[in-house]
Design a protein around this ligand. Structure first.
Ligand SMILES: [Fe+2]
Length: 142
């Protein structure tokens, strides 16, 4: 597996990790409006995994079906399951968005990726920045 494919695979695993964290957060949040917005963000992550898998397939690589067993997110599903209160949950989600923003930013500069792959990744980077900023603003209101 070359560098480009490894980058796509890692991003896809990270997105699956994020999806699990979102699901846990959505179940635990008391504020249903925030939970609804997180559901919307979760679908962005699902679009990411679909597209990244399409790229992996086109490269002749296996598709990714879930997060890496090591889990990259430090504030992932397991941590969120133990948190109490919307503010604490949103704080964990902000930490996760920082990880995904960073990963997509790095990938958008990765020359091992094709122009098409880079274009999609640049738009996913924007998704992550939008998720981060929205959650941060909400958390400051609580
Ligand atoms: Fe996100």
């Amino acid at each position: 597996m070359d560098k480009g494919a490894t980058t796509l695979k890692k991003l896809c695993e990270l997105d699956f990790d994020a999806i699990e964290a979102y699901e846990e957060a959505m179940q635990r949040l008391e504020d249903k409006d925030i939970a609804d917005k997180l559901a919307e963000f979760r679908s962005d992550h699902m679009t990411h995994t679909d597209t990244l898998n399409k790229f992996l397939k086109a490269r002749g690589e296996d598709v990714v079906e879930g997060p890496d067993s090591k889990r990259v997110l430090t504030e992932g599903k397991v941590v969120i399951a133990d948190l109490l209160g919307d503010k604490a949950i949103l704080k964990a989600m902000i930490a996760n968005e920082k990880v995904t923003v960073k990963a997509y930013k790095e990938a958008s500069d990765n020359d091992a990726l094709s122009p098409d792959e880079k274009t999609e990744i640049a738009s996913f980077y924007e998704d992550e920045q939008r998720h981060h900023d929205w959650i941060k603003t909400q958390s400051e209101k609580l």
